[in-house]
Design a protein around this ligand. Structure first.
Ligand code: OGA
Ligand code: FE2
Length: 422
């Protein structure tokens, strides 16, 4: 029972390996050689923004491509393409997303509101090469201006991967706003690649043996509000030193809440599978929340920014069991997958090399992937970024995840489902 979840993971991994081995390139083999294809992925992705897809999924449709002007040559230098409303080819048979993003994506311009309307399609974009903040040494504090005239302290907690803590990144009001928006939206039991967690929760399996015990929801632009999200995005762009366009094309905000006994054992927030496209750019709708979803695409979450929305009374720390581990330690930890004394955070939270206590308003930011030095784009997932939430002992724990997605170099012109115009 103790290794129940690990057995499932290993079986999945084996099946994936068997399917993929014949087509693997040497890069992929290398990735697996140092255990980078261990599958401890996160739960399913936010529901993509259907409206954005409607306007941008034109790769295989020459007619649509002409209509919306989204070709790779013009995409390079234009953030906004103005097109005639009548050319969009918007079909009434496609029901608009429940989020009003469909309206925002078609900003109507011009004086004549009854005919010849013009809409903006702004997903034409080239993802720029990745930046990576130099962490310096552990304990280093740097004051960074994340809003005009407002400085925040960025503290280095680890260098491999770089893990930063930013106290007071969110104000109390902002934390409350996120919690309230999540409550209004309703939370569901967190899922993990279609694993039947609800069944596990209803069974006799001890909570500690279940990989993830929490509730979650996704918050879109319409839930959080224009002004709130725009301000947050700007702050994130300055924090990550990434282009605001990349931030805006990332997944929605995920809110997670834990009650005592809740936790999330060690996992990677992203996946290393070069034989499939990035989920934020590929439509796997029909497979959402099923195990097939994991075969359809890979998460390409270059960075995680995790916000603590309240002070957990006791427990509920975020642990990084392999942060700053030496190559030898890393190899040793992966030697016997069934005896991973670091994976189960209900038992081994405090053995972790880094343990962060939840403090309201604090953000922690880390890199889930290395940067590919040859292309400057998304490289391998970094096993040292394994992390999770330790058992909450007392009180409640609310966090939010802001995953910053970025493609591999070859997909740098491919639009994101998640783009909404500010
Ligand atoms: C997550 C996660 C850690 C925590 O939600 O992906 O890693 O402290 N959470 O809750
Ligand atoms: Fe995570």
């Amino acid at each position: 029972m103790a290794t129940c979840y690990l057995h499932i993971s290993c079986t999945l991994l084996l099946i994936l390996l068997l399917i993929c081995l014949p087509t693997m390139t040497s890069t992929e083999e290398d990735a697996c050689a140092d255990n980078n294809c261990v599958l401890f992925g996160d739960d399913a992705l936010a529901v993509p923004n259907k409206a954005a897809w409607k306007y941008t999924d034109n790769e295989n449709n020459a007619e649509d491509k002409t209509n919306v002007g989204l070709d790779k040559n013009t995409a390079q230098n234009q953030d906004t393409i103005v097109i005639a409303h009548g050319n969009i080819g918007y079909s009434s048979s496609v029901s608009p997303s429940s989020d009003n993003d469909v309206i925002r994506d078609r900003t109507v311009k011009g004086n004549d509101q009854t005919s010849g309307k013009v809409a903006k399609v702004s997903n034409a974009y080239e993802f720029p090469p990745l930046t990576r903040i130099d962490p310096g040494t552990v304990g280093q504090r740097v004051d960074v201006e994340l809003e005009d005239g407002r400085f925040f302290t960025r503290i280095t907690r680890a260098v491999g991967p770089p893990i930063f803590e930013i106290p007071k990144f969110l104000s109390d009001e902002e934390c409350d706003h996120i919690i309230e928006s999540a409550k209004n939206n309703g939370l569901n039991v967190s899922n993990l690649f279609g694993a039947e967690i609800q069944d596990e929760l209803n069974s006799d399996i001890p909570l500690a043996e279940i990989s993830r015990v929490s509730e979650q929801t996704w918050l879109q632009r319409s839930h959080l509000g224009e002004d709130f999200l725009n301000r947050l995005h700007k702050r994130l762009a300055r924090l990550t030193e990434l282009d605001i366009g990349t931030i805006r094309r990332s997944e929605h905000v995920q809110v997670v809440s834990y009650v005592p006994g809740g936790h999330y054992h060690a996992h990677l927030d992203s996946i290393d599978r070069y034989d499939r496209p990035c989920c934020f750019q590929e439509r796997c709708d029909d497979k959402a929340l099923t195990p097939q979803w994991a075969d359809c695409c890979r998460l390409c979450r270059y960075i995680t920014v995790l916000y603590y929305l309240n002070d957990a009374e006791e427990g509920g720390e975020t642990a990084f069991p392999l942060a700053d581990a030496s190559d030898a330690t890393l190899a040793e930890k992966f030697e016997n997958l069934e005896e991973q004394e670091w994976y189960n955070l209900s038992y081994y939270c405090y053995n972790s090399s880094l343990v962060v206590k939840p403090v309201r308003g604090t953000a922690i930011m880390w890199y889930n992937h290395l940067k590919d030095e040859q292309t400057g784009y998304l490289g391998k997932a970094d096993q040292r970024s394994q992390h999770g939430g330790c058992d909450l002992i007392k009180g409640s724990k609310w966090i939010a995840n802001n995953w910053i997605s970025s493609p591999s170099s070859e997909d740098r012109f491919k639009p994101s489902h998640f783009y909404t115009e500010s």
